[in-house]
Write a protein that binds this ligand. Structure first.
Ligand SMILES: Cc1cc2nc3c(=O)[nH]c(=O)nc-3n(C[C@H](O)[C@H](O)[C@H](O)COP(=O)(O)OP(=O)(O)OC[C@H]3O[C@@H](n4cnc5c(N)ncnc54)[C@H](O)[C@@H]3O)c2cc1C
Length: 435
């Protein structure tokens, strides 16, 4: 038997209490006031029987879509339904990297738009998300890779996006820890995007939730969608563990569970679910002030503000909904880590965790109408959906509110798979595990 959903004594629908504006002045005042003046950051809403828009999934994309629907398009009759507490999905499990260093022009424009939103996000949300533009440095190890990276940097610069080639000597001064002459894949140089960096991931969920709630959106936690009701070809609403909720539009923003939720509406999506792991070491003094990626294996690392080195690698490569990885991948990631940064071998890994990725056939995401009228899909984010949250939210809200794709996301439609217009950023072919 399923446990009863937790009761929320402060559940609201109508009488919403705003958390107020956060400021240095308020911090000071609360300091003198025994911290008694703070209220909940977002209202614990109870579901109403009907909404204009129901968003399934309280991750980054679901919450951002709700926020922009209310703030940009004036639609606040919106509920975000989350099966657990918000922020415990991939939005709170990723390695926090943001960047726009893509190769395909459509992708560069989309992710650059997102990066521009990150640059002003804290003012937009009035929330400290610890946006840190410390730079992302991609290393290359062969002449062929130098050509590929140069091509990518040129493509970005043609579109007005920052990208710099970096010599071996520059790599040494940027990251003295790197073993440039390691025996496996000596480093020949790198490619730097100075505006890339990191953002504290769970603050992104909390910041969007707070701003959406203040704008009138109901954020309903512990509310799992168990069925999607249709009336012929049109969506009518969703069955949940907290009852039936009718809606004119239902938007799926469930990341690793897109194919499962799609199936509830009778859709077969070109998506596979895979697990991706991440790791964090014990805290040490500052040693790394860029995001570093290894070009000869799948390994990326940054140092958190607490001092831990946060790193990850490739997906484990088998289909699963389990949020934990396997030891072979942990070993592969550790091997890449100590090849590039031998000093890491002396650190203890404190925690390791996994998240479920929705890998598409071409490695690019989907923001699209579906064959079911009124059912919108935001998914297929593969490894890279965190950096896309602001752009994903704005363009999905645009699609819902205007009924047509946002120009920056028109290429991410579901129809591209049937039409053969795939967006294979890495040229890896139709193999979800390879992207
Ligand atoms: C280890 C790891 C490292 C990563 N590193 C990066 C990175 O550095 N940079 C980057 O850009 N991306 C990264 N990603 C990818 C990124 O985290 C995801 O692509 C992105 O967070 C997915 O979008 P989301 O935030 O909306 O997903 P989620 O936070 O997963 O939101 C989906 C929500 O839907 C809910 N849900 C599912 N089913 C139901 C249901 N039936 N009813 C109600 N709710 C439901 C889930 O509980 C979940 O909260 C990483 C991912 C992982 C796992």
């Amino acid at each position: 038997m399923k446990p009863a959903p937790p009761s929320h004594p402060t559940a609201v629908s109508a009488a919403r209490v705003s958390s107020g504006r956060y400021s240095a002045w308020r911090l000071l005042r609360e300091g003198f006031n025994g911290q008694r003046g703070w209220s909940r950051a977002w209202a614990k809403a109870a579901p109403r029987p009907r909404y204009r828009v129901v968003i399934v999934g309280g991750g980054g994309h679901g919450l951002a879509t709700a926020f922009y629907l209310a703030s940009e398009f004036g639609i606040s009759d919106v509920a975000v339904l989350e099966k657990g507490p918000i922020g415990l999905g991939n939005v709170g499990r990723n390695t926090t990297i943001i960047r726009s260093n893509y190769f395909l022009p459509q992708n560069i424009r989309f992710y650059e738009f997102s990066l521009q939103q990150w640059e002003k996000l804290e003012r937009t949300l009035n929330f400290n998300a610890m946006v840190s533009q410390r730079g992302t440095l991609n290393l290359f190890h062969t002449e062929a890779q130098r050509d590929l990276f140069t091509r990518r940097a040129n493509q970005m610069r043609l579109l007005g996006v920052d990208a710099e080639p970096v010599s071996r000597a520059d790599v040494r001064s940027l990251v003295p820890l790197v073993d440039l002459d390691n025996g496996r894949y000596p480093v020949l140089g790198g490619f730097l995007q100075r505006r890339g960096g990191t953002v504290r991931h769970d603050a992104v969920a909390w910041g969007y939730a707070r701003a959406a709630s203040d704008a009138g959106v109901d954020i309903v936690e512990h509310c799992e969608v168990t069925a999607i009701r249709r009336d012929g070809a049109r969506v009518r609403g969703v069955d949940t563990t907290r009852g039936y909720i009718a809606a004119d539009t239902v938007c799926l923003a469930v990341a690793g569970h897109s194919s499962r939720l799609g199936a509830l509406a009778g859709l077969t999506l070109p998506i596979e679910s895979h697990v991706l792991q991440a790791f964090v070491t014990e805290a040490i003094k500052p040693v790394l002030d860029v995001v570093l990626t290894y070009g000869a294996g799948h390994f990326y690392v940054s140092q958190s503000d607490k001092g831990g080195l946060v790193f990850g690698g490739a997906i484990d490569g088998y289909n699963t909904y389990g949020q934990r990885g396997t030891l072979p991948m942990a070993e592969e990631v550790a091997a890449s880590a100590v090849t590039l940064l031998p000093g890491l071998a002396r650190l203890k890994v404190l925690r390791q965790w996994g998240g479920v990725m929705d890998m598409t056939m071409d490695g690019s995401p989907i923001i699209s109408k579906t064959p079911v009228e009124g059912l919108i899909l935001n998914g297929g984010w593969c490894y890279g959906g965190f950096k896309a949250i602001p752009a994903g939210g704005i363009t999905t809200a645009h699609l819902i509110a205007r009924g047509e794709p946002h120009p920056l996301a028109a290429h991410l439609d579901l129809g591209r798979f049937a039409a053969g217009r795939t967006l294979d950023e890495r040229g890896a072919g139709p193999f979800p595990y390879a992207h």
